[in-house]
Write a protein that binds this ligand. Sequence first.
Ligand SMILES: Cc1ncc(COP(=O)(O)O)c(C=O)c1O
Length: 398
Amino acid sequence: MKIKVPFSPPDITGEEISRVVEILRSGWITTGEKTRELERQLASWCQTNRAVCLNSGTAALELTLRLLEIGPGDEVITTPYTYTATAAAILHTGATPIFVDLAPGSMEMDPGQVEAAINSRTKAILPVDLAGIPCHYPAWIALAKGYNGDFSPRGKIQEALGRIAVIADAAHSFGGAREGVPSGSLADFSCFSFHAVKNLTTGEGGAVTWRSLPQVEDDWIYQRFQLLSLHGQNRTALEKSTGGWEYDILLPGYKCNMTDLAAAIGLGQLARFEEMQRRRMQRIDWYDQAFAGTPIEPLSHHGEGIQSSGHLYMVWIPGDEKRRNQVMETLKERGIMANVHYKPLPLLTAYRALGYKMERYPRAYERYQNEITLPLYSQLSGQQVAYCASALRELIPF
Ligand SMILES: Cc1ncc(COP(=O)(O)O)c(C=O)c1O
C-alpha cells in the first residue's frame, strides 16, 4: 500500500487559528503588542534579557551583522555545509564569507582550519546548528578569545566584545541546548528562523537573542534592531497610530519587522512547543530503532551534553551521489518526500561564480553525496515512520 508522506507540513491546530482570528478581528495586524509578547516569551525560553522578532531568519542574520557594523573589507568565517541564507546574509553586507571545511567525523567546522583562516579582517565566526544540534559554542568563543593578532573593532558592539564575534545560525536549533544552556544563550548572538518547516513556525519569521554585554545596554541593542528593521524610523507604526503622526528617519534602514499576525501563530506554537518537541524526539527514536544494525547511518541527536531540537532526520546510505539520487527517486515514487541537507554552497551556480571551489571542501562533499533527509514532523504517524523506514531499508541491501 502506498502512503503519502510530505516532508514537513506545519503542525497547526485550533490554538494558532483562534489566536490569528483574534488578531484579524482586533483592528491591528502589523507589528504591535503580540510581537512584543512573543519577544518576551522567546527571551524567557532562551534565558536572555531580550529577544527581537523579525520577518525571517535571513533578516535575523543580516541585521545582526549590520548591528555589528560588519561590511566591505571584513571577513566572516562560516561553513559551506549550509543553506544559502547563511552566506547570502554575509554577502549582502558587503563582507566576504570564508568557508571552512567540516572537521573529520563531525558536521561542525574544523577548528584547526578556522584558526588558520582568522586574520585581521575576520570580524565573526558563524557556526550553523545543523539539524537542530547546537554547535560547540564554548569552544568557538574560546577560539575567538584566543586570537591575539590584530583586531580593529568597528562600532559599539565590536568594541564592547573586544574580539571576533561568534554568531549562531540557530535557524534549526530553537528548543535545543548544550550542557543545559539553551540555544539562544550559547553564542554572542543567535539567529532563529520560524519558516514554515521549522519546529516552531510563524509562517515566515525569525528572531535574534544575545548574551548581554556589560558595556552596552540590552535596550540599546533592542532599539538598534528596531531602527534597522523598520526603515530607521524613530517611532513605530503603533506609536504613530496612537500618539500623533510625526516621525523622523534616523538612518536609511531595512524593512523586515514581524507582524502581529505572524506573532500570534508563534504564540500558539510556543504554548504547544514542549508537546510538539516530545513528539518530534519520539519519532527520531522510532527511526533510530528501525535503522539500528543496518548500513543506514543516522545523524545522532543524542551526543553527550547535547539536547538537540531534533529539526532534521538525516541519514547516510552506502554509495555515491548517483546512487543516493536513485534512492530518492524511488522514495518519491512511493510517496515519500525526502530532501537533501545540504548541497554545499560551492556546488551552486552563484557561489561557483564567486570563485568558491568544491575541491577545497572534500569533507563537506563527502557528507553531502550520500545524505538523505527523511520526513520528520510532530504529526507524522507511527505508521508513516514505519513506512518510510522500511522503504529505505528495502532499497539498501545488507
Ligand atoms: C541553516 C539556515 N540558515 C538560515 C535560514 C534562513 O531562514 P529563513 O528562511 O527564515 O530566512 C535557513 C532557512 O531555512 C536555514 O536552514
